[in-house]
Design a protein around this ligand. Sequence first.
Ligand code: SF4
Length: 683
Amino acid sequence: MQSKVVKTVCPFCGVGCGMYLARDSEGKVCSVTPQWDHPISKGKLCDKGWSTVYAVSPENRITHPLKKEVDKFVPVSWDEALSSIASSLTEIIDESGSGAVGVISSARATNEDNYAAQKFARSVLKTNNVDHCARICHSPTVAGLKQVLGSGAMTNSTDDVFKADVIVVIGADPTENHSVLGGQVIEAKLAGATLIVVDPRITRLAKLADIHLQLNPGTNIALINAMIHVILGNQWHDQDFIERRCEGFETLVSHVDKVTPESVEEITGLEPLLIRQAAQYYSQAERAMILYGMGITQFVTGTSSVMALADLALVCGHIGKPGTGINPLRGQNNVQGACDMGCLPNVYPGYQLADQQATQVRFSHAWGTKVAESTGLTSLGMTKAALAGQFRAQILFGEDPVVTDPDQNHVREAYKSLDLLVVAELTMTETAKLADYILPAASFAEKSGTFTNCERRVQRIRPLIDPPGEAKGDWQWLSALAEAMGSECLKWPDSEAVFDEMASLTPPYQGMDYHKLALHDGLQWPCNDEAPQGTRILHQSTFPIGRARLTPVNYVPIDESADEFYPLLLTTNRLHFHYGCGSMSRKSPLLERETPPGILFIHPVDAEALSIEPYGPVGVRSRRGYVETRAVITKDVAPGLVSMPYHFKEAPSNQLTNTAQDPVTKMPELKACAVAVVALPAD
Ligand code: SF4
């Protein structure tokens, strides 16, 4: 029997579906019900959402602080763990400076937790070494859209798919990763919208699309520049919009002058006619909307690819109106919020630049202590510095970089080399296994706070049950750790007080409070005096930078192509039934039974040439590692291309992936590397 029900938000992907969570009379989470009147999900949940009960089940939870002694973990009190961690951090900072310590926060934690994490780094540790998994998903979105439009977030709202005449889905697979939104794209298509899908794989949406541009991996910029060339050549651009609202048009015109569809045919692998058709559909539509994902960002050209997409939208005037815009699909439930909170080395909350004196003065004054001044390291920068002996202590929560970061062997070695690794987690992860201390964290069902979804909607979550054992919320243990280090800076009575402090220092959130958020089922930022009810569509009359900056970019090939030693190209993908490193979704027996733990998708032609049987065991080798898994033979990948999901620690695709990085954001090229595949003897 249900004894309590709370209204909350799905803890999985960035769509942010609404749900009611119930507990039984024994205090266990027992059921999930979709919120029928939720502004985004409107009574729907995907398989992951329905499995939320398992994600927070008490089985295998870490319930007490643990300390590593030789090769096993032993329980210790919070006081002992925190005072020992505080002493080690102080000693390391005294010996090696604040640059030798850092924080990795979590896109699965609340805004309040993330705000506390960056405040702890900047005001207590005195370092800008703070980052989170946006580094490996949408850091190019933040940088690229900020450069062109002045703001790095989804410009429109998710239900704009129902207002668009043309929907372009590029480098994204929403029926797998953002399933409720993926379903809405299908509904919009069935209601008459034209669907263009750009993807090297034949995704579910690609099968339904009016045009599928099955391009070679990493050739997005060549395609987009060719589309802009066609649009300009046919006078299909929006001259009035460009004159009123953009700068840099003449430079863009000359930049794409020679980039004809024919000139990029070999690079992209696309028929010029298809490129021309896509350019015509997109530019000639009254309202055309771009949805994109990590097939845009996870390349060495991630930031440039985002800028190219923004250029395309601008030249057609498809921005600032319903059913248009450039819309990144954020992966994790609160990755937008973790970025908004300033859990990035170069920005404070609200994207206030960390290296500007005005920002430092503002936050030093507000927090009552001098904040960090020196430039911070990214998550991969911290890993690299650790391997070089220049980085000694990492505080990390709610992430599993050993599974999710590229070149897993390197990451493992880096974490092993640290003098202090502290991991706060719900359950034992591959990264937690390497920790000196593991702190028991509270799940989303056990705390109060907010998540910000991919359409900038800030939504309340509410506690249903108490944390198990001695588990604590992340801002609470960060506050206790700050106190153990002699700082009162993170003392708050409750989550609402954290939010109120954050909102007072974060311009886009300034008009929000818990009461207003509850009243409106969330509000979309910016929410302030000019927009007290929030903002559904950005850039309607002006850009934060005045005029948008059209920014020409060049196609650059992927870092590692197939060759005679590694003759196939590997890309990575995600599966409908799993999420991230699998630590939440794999707790569900219903989700777990849907796929074997590890899959390599391979085309029949390649499978036959390599004598690989359906579901047969295969070995996959790259220049960085080796993985054994099972083959799924499918025409959904092109000949010469193989694809692996990264959810499974039994077959970690990140043993293989490349660490070559986007020069602007240090985003690694997770979407393409060269591999060799061999059939293994049957079991
Ligand atoms: Fe949860 Fe995303 Fe599925 Fe919605 S689409 S139920 S937010 S996993």
